[in-house]
Design a protein around this ligand. Structure first.
Ligand code: KG4
Ligand code: ZN
Length: 364
């Protein structure tokens, strides 16, 4: 079964064809980053306009690369939630029109569930799925239940996963998403946009112990696995000197600030951001007894997060390949195939939603 998947929830205009839920035949991602970089963040109006301009060409290219005409497609999937409403509507409307015109089954899917599904996709011509910490010999699909770690620019969720479409949120950020914190810190320091990849790269040459930033303490209460990024973000942005770790002789760590600070700030921030996630995630693993963790979303590309999880030898940690961590159409087509194979269909009257209940904590 060959499924066309369309993703337009934010600033990537993407389409892909996936066969039988796992084999990627094509995966086209047209990024709008240069158009938003000048504003240091996604401008929703520009995003939806670019999607409108590009969607036809992106879908056409995905069909061409798969070696298919529209007649070779068996079903269509598109992201319907969560995301930027105007952007979502472009891909969703295009997908519905494609399905209607070709008399094809159509399914509207959830972006975050699709991120979770990404690690089940095999790269083109590569037989088994996903990157796994133990290396090539341990590549089998995880069996349910397992823990999901969904970390993107809009959401940060720790969940119990009982099926590809069945998650229970155990913990979530109570304010900023982790990717959002990377983006905002990067914006403040003028490191570049989007911030995650830039900070990850800068951190490679920095000292992660140059600054000791505060970890939020949300242990108590009804949601023991919740976490927060607002305090870390504010600390990194506003009160840098206060957090500088003093060297033995009592002076600030180093002299030529312009030469080393960027990397040190990036490394110290990144380390703390990852530790915040890990603290809740490892506690959730211990309490639930679940020993497999599947990650997804743009922040799952982070090298520090991958390295720290790889150190947890008692856990099996599965990440999507780097190119499938960020937004892409393959994850939409892949999960779409699973729904369609089960007989699920969405009505063409379905609309987009910016939010999904339960994905973000609402505190009084
Ligand atoms: O999943 P995604 O592509 O889009 C959303 O659904 O939001 O995630 C984008 C987020 C951005 O905040 C970006 O800065 C972050 O993922 N990101 C990273 C890395 N690569 C992308 N964050 C940390 N380290 C990275 N290597
Ligand atoms: Zn995403």
């Amino acid at each position: 079964m060959k499924i066309l998947g369309i993703e337009s929830s934010c600033d990537e205009c993407a389409a892909a064809v996936v066969e039988d839920g796992s084999r990627i035949l094509s995966n086209v991602v047209a990024t709008q980053i240069p158009f938003h970089a000048v504003y240091n963040g996604v401008v929703p109006e520009i995003a939806s306009r670019k999607h409108t301009e590009w969607i036809y060409a992106v879908v056409k290219e995905s069909l061409d690369k798969a070696g298919l005409s529209p007649g070779g497609i068996d079903g269509v999937a598109a992201t319907a939630r969560p995301g930027l409403l105007g952007s979502l509507l472009v891909g969703l409307s295009f997908a519905k029109a494609f399905a209607w015109a070709r008399h094809l089954p159509f399914i509207a899917v959830d972006h975050m569930l699709a991120h979770l599904y990404a690690s089940q996709l095999a790269a083109e011509r590569e037989a088994p799925p996903s990157y796994i910490q133990d290396g090539a010999e341990n590549r089998s699909l995880p069996s349910y239940p397992f823990l999901g770690l969904l970390v993107s620019g809009g959401h940060s969720i720790i969940c119990r996963v009982d099926d590809f479409d069945d998650i229970t949120v155990l913990g979530a950020t109570i304010d900023d998403a982790v990717g959002e914190a990377f983006d905002k810190v990067s914006k403040h320091y003028g490191f570049g946009y989007p911030g995650g990849a830039v900070i990850d790269r800068l951190a490679g040459t920095g000292d992660p112990n140059a600054f000791r930033f505060p970890m939020p303490n949300l242990y108590k209460g009804d949601h023991p696995y919740d976490f927060s990024y607002s305090g870390l973000k504010t600390a990194v942005i506003n009160q840098l000197e206060q957090f500088r770790v003093k060297k033995a002789h009592g002076t600030a760590g180093g002299t030529d600030e312009s030469a080393y600070s960027k990397a040190d700030i990036a490394a110290s921030f990144q380390k703390t951001a990852v530790e915040i996630l890990l603290r809740s995630l490892l506690r959730a693993a211990e309490d639930t007894g679940l020993t497999t963790i599947v990650a997804g979303g743009g922040v799952a590309a982070n090298s520090c997060l991958r390295a720290r999880l790889a150190e947890q030898r008692h856990l099996r940690c599965i990440f999507p390949p780097l190119e499938l961590c960020g937004d892409n159409g393959a994850m939409i087509a892949g999960i779409g195939c699973r729904y369609l194979c089960r007989g699920d269909r969405s009505p063409l009257s379905i609309s987009a939603s910016a939010r999904v209940n339960g994905f973000k904590r609402k505190y009084p």
